[in-house]
Every structure is written in structure tokens, then in C-alpha cells.
Design a protein around this ligand. Sequence first.
Ligand code: 5GP
Length: 120
Amino acid sequence: HIPKDGEDSIFDKIVKREIPSTVVYEDDLVMAFRDIAPKAPVHILLIPKNRDGLTRMSVAEEKHKAIFGHMLWASSEIARREGLAEGWRLVINDGPNGGQVVYHLHMHILGGEKLGDFNK
Ligand code: 5GP
């Protein structure tokens, strides 16, 4: 389901605490919480709190450049807080072929073990 502008996504409901989650990082712009079905010992989802049209990576516009910069910085901060000094991975799934399920842009922070091959 692709949420229309003004309609809450699952992740908007997490931001509003209507759906519970384990929050690991939050500031004015972004929120990060543990994935409900972790694919690695550490699996965190990082989202913009205001979707602002960003259902998926491929619809990004000029106006979104700042939030992407902030999200990349926040991913690094979260990885430090999670103790992922041995390395970790940042993933964005886009659209059906990319395996995207939730249409509110998000980055996956994966780590806590030696990760497997990228595209498997
Ligand atoms: P996608 O495939 O869209 O990139 O990833 C969506 C991710 O969101 C999946 O890894 C899935 O496990 C996670 N997810 C879906 N619903 C919820 C939820 O209600 N709470 C949390 N914490 N994660 C969710």
C-alpha cells in the first residue's frame, strides 16, 4: 500500500507512538527504531519523521537533499552508539524489484555479525 500525501504510513504511526517500537535514536528530523523482523543481530530502521512525499528513494527531489545528508550522518551516529566498530551496512530498498514493502523512505542499518553477500 502506498500512502497518499496526508495519509499516515505504518512508520508515521510509529513516530506518533500509535504503534509501539524500540526507539534507539530520535531528533527533530529523524527517528530510528529496531526492525520487528531483524535480518541481523543489529537491524535498525532510520526514517524521516516527516515523509514529505518521500515514499521511496526514486521520487527524491532537490528539496530532500538536506534530509538525506542528515540521515547519513545519523546512521553513523547510531552505528557508533550500537558499538558497530567492526563494520555495518546501510541499505535502501526501492520499489518492487528492490524488495520495498513499506512506502515511507527508510534506511536499514545492519550489523552485529559478518554480513553475507549483498544481493542474496
Ligand atoms: P522494506 O522492505 O520496505 O525496505 O523494509 C520494511 C521493513 O520494515 C521490514 O524489514 C519489516 O520487518 C519492517 N517493519 C514492518 N512493519 C514494522 C513495524 O510495525 N514495526 C517495526 N519495528 N518494523 C516493521
